[in-house]
Design a protein around this ligand. Structure first.
Ligand code: PGA
Length: 257
C-alpha cells in the first residue's frame, strides 16, 4: 500500500507574514485530520521558516522547497543547496517542474544532477514530468515521458528510487483549469510505472508514489484519488486558499476510506 501524498506548491506567492496568516487558518481546518495522508507545504524559500514553525505544532505536516542547486556550496550567486535546505528541516524538494524546464531552461541532465544531489543530502525529490499540448496532439506522450524518466532518474536505483515522488503534470493542465480525466491520468501513471519497472524492478517500482498535478481542485480530486496508480496530487492554484487545500485533503481521505 502506497500512502497518498498531497503537496501544496505555492509557487512565487506569499510573503512570510501572508504565510503566517494562511497557516493560522489552515491549521484550524486540519485539526481533526489523522495521519492517513502525507501533507506537504512547499512555500517560497523566504517563508520556509514560518511553515517549519507550523509543522512543529502539527506533527503530520511536512515542508518542501521549490528548487535547489546540485552543488553543496560555492560561487553560485542566487542559488541555494540541498545542505542548506536540510539544515532547516526541509524534507522534500520539487525538481524539474515544467515552469523550471520551460522558463528557466532546465534540461533532463540538470534535473538529474539535482535529483542525485537531493537524495545524497537526504531530501526526497518530487520529480516532475509531463508532456506539452503539442506533444500530446502529435502522439508523443509515451516517448516524452520515457525520455524524461530515463534521463531524469539516471543512476537512481533501489532504496533511493523509493524515496523519489514522481509528479505527472501534463503541461496543458497546469494553471489552465483543464484537468486530465481520471482515466487519462491513470493511463499515464500506469505507463510511468512500467518505465520505473524497466529501470529497476517490480517491487521497487510498486513502492514509488506517483502524484498527479494540473488544475487539481476540491471538486475533482476525489475521482482522481480513486485511481489505483494515482498516489497523491501536486496542487498549485487551489492550494493558495487554505480552506480549499483542506477540502482537498478531506476528499482524499474520503477516497481512501
Ligand atoms: P495548478 O499547478 O494546480 O495551478 O495547475 C500545479 C503545479 O504547477 O504544480
Amino acid at each position: 500500500m502506497r500512502k497518498k501524498i498531497l503537496a501544496a506548491n505555492w509557487k512565487m506567492n506569499f510573503t512570510d507574514s501572508e504565510a503566517r496568516a494562511y497557516l493560522e487558518s489552515f491549521v484550524s481546518e486540519i485539526r481533526d485530520f489523522n495521519d492517513d495522508v502525507d501533507v506537504v507545504i512547499i512555500p517560497p524559500f523566504t517563508a520556509i521558516p514560518v511553515v517549519i514553525a507550523a509543522s512543529e505544532r502539527v506533527q503530520t505536516l511536512r515542508v518542501g522547497a521549490q528548487n535547489m542547486h546540485w552543488e553543496k556550496s560555492g560561487a553560485f550567486t542566487g542559488e541555494i543547496s540541498a545542505t542548506m535546505l536540510r539544515a532547516l528541516y526541509v524534507r522534500y524538494v520539487i525538481l524539474g517542474h515544467s515552469e523550471r524546464r520551460t522558463l528557466f531552461g532546465e534540461t533532463d541532465e540538470i534535473v538529474n544532477r539535482k535529483v542525485k544531489a537531493a537524495l545524497d543530502a537526504g531530501l526526497r525529490p518530487i520529480f516532475c514530468l509531463g508532456e506539452s499540448l503539442h506533444e500530446r496532439d502529435s502522439n508523443q506522450v509515451e516517448e516524452v515521458l520515457e525520455r524524461q524518466i530515463r534521463k531524469g532518474l539516471a543512476g537512481v536505483s533501489g532504496h533511493d528510487l523509493t524515496e523519489v515522488v514522481v509528479a505527472y503534470e501534463p503541461c496543458w493542465a497546469i494553471g489552465t483549469g483543464r484537468t486530465a480525466t481520471p482515466a487519462e491520468a491513470e493511463e499515464a501513471h500506469v505507463f510511468i510505472r512500467s518505465i520505473l519497472v524497466a529501470i529497476s524492478d517490480r517491487t521497487t517500482a510498486d513502492r514509488v508514489r506517483i502524484q498527479y498535478g494540473g488544475s487539481v481542485k476540491p471538486d475533482n480530486v476525489e475521482q482522481l484519488m480513486r485511481q489505483k496508480n494515482i498516489d497523491g496530487a501536486l496542487i498549485g492554484s487551489a492550494s493558495l486558499d487554505p480552506r480549499s487545500f483542506a477540502q482537498i485533503i478531506h476528499s482524499t481521505e474520503d477516497a481512501i476510506a
